[in-house]
Design a protein around this ligand. Structure first.
Ligand code: NAD
Length: 301
């Protein structure tokens, strides 16, 4: 019998170190024989009037069509008259649940609809991933109206999931608990700004931005995985970047596609390479290039 058709996924290599670490993902996927066919889209150098940003309409259509994608870091171009690239992706693709971390947005508006759907996502995620507890993180003691509404929505959803333990933790206390004993927590759900802060705190706990993955989940089952970090202009083009964060984001994408076997194999190969200690990039105290570290991972596969 013939092999099943490959799954199409959109790939935005992005800017700065993005193209270098995207090459790592492509090489590792090839070594692991992942049945993915990438549709690559680069950020344009002109504003597309249809999206009011440097992202073309075609590149957004690619994600809508494939329903899944991997995004490298995108530098925010300076100038007026266009939307931020990350904001364009979030808004155009309706990516409302950011698993692990969000990109900075300073605006805080709490709506019942958005709170309910992200709470619903958190409980559904807990249930389908064998997790036992969901903690809503808030500052409702001070921001009674906005965070109060967020908590009210979380409670409503919690009632539908009696098998999952639900708790509410004030964000300052949450920070202290995370630093002292992160294992106290299981699944956390919170408004975007808190997620932004907490996820960097957690990135610091596990070894920095070169390691942390994320995935944006949206309406109609769209999933766009991306590393937490930015385009790292200080080390771009030097073959120094740690591709682990983008690789682990790609692994998240594979799990979303239920390619669990490939996901586990690649994750093991990454973790074994780091644990072995022979090949590590500079951010982890080593002296390996992106290329050599990637080769070592492929070797483990
Ligand atoms: P950054 O994450 O790019 O860099 C912060 C520091 O971490 C730098 O010292 C960098 O060298 C290091 N670093 C980041 N990723 C690394 C990796 N994979 N391996 C090794 N070291 C790594 O943050 P910044 O400097 O504040 O932002 C640079 C640009 O990226 C800006 O234009 C910003 O708007 C953009 N940005 C994009 C995203 C995104 O696309 N999601 C997120 C954050 C920042």
């Amino acid at each position: 019998s013939s092999a099943p058709a490959p799954i199409k996924a959109t790939l935005f290599p992005g800017d700065g170190i993005g193209p270098e670490i995207a090459v790592s993902v492509k090489q590792v996927f090839q070594a692991a024989e992942v049945p993915i066919e990438w549709e690559e889209h680069y950020v344009g150098d002109q504003i597309d009037p249809r999206t009011q940003s440097f992202l073309t309409w075609e590149s957004l259509e690619s994600v809508r069509r494939n329903r899944v994608g991997l995004k490298g870091p995108m530098a925010t171009p300076v100038g007026k008259g266009h939307r931020s690239l990350n904001l364009t992706l979030r808004k155009e693709l309706n990516l409302y649940a950011n698993v692990v971390r969000g990109v900075v947005e300073s605006l805080k508006i709490i709506t019942r609809q958005a709170s309910l759907r992200v709470a619903e996502y958190a409980f559904h995620f807990a249930k389908t991933h064998g997790r036992e507890r969901v903690s809503a993180i808030h500052k409702a003691n001070i921001m009674q109206k906005t965070d109060g509404l967020f908590l009210k929505c979380c409670r409503e959803v919690a009632e539908k999931y009696p098998e999952i333990t639900y708790e509410e933790v004030v964000i300052d206390n949450c920070c202290m608990m995370l630093v002292k004993n992160p294992a106290l927590f299981d699944v956390l759900v919170m408004p975007n700004l808190y997620g932004d802060i907490i996820s960097d705190l957690c990135a610091g706990l596990v070894g920095g931005l070169g390691l942390t993955a994320s995935c944006n989940i949206g309406e109609a089952g769209i999933a766009l995985a991306e590393a937490v970090h930015g385009s790292a202009p200080d080390i771009a083009g030097k073959n120094m970047a740690n591709p682990t964060a983008l690789l682990l984001s790609a692994v998240t994408m594979l799990r979303h596609l239920e390619l669990y076997d490939k996901a586990e194999r690649i994750q093991d190969a990454i973790l074994n390479t780091i644990a072995e200690g022979k090949y590590r990039t500079a951010d982890l105290g080593g002296s390996s290039s992106t290329t050599d570290f990637t080769k070592a991972i492929c070797g483990h596969l």
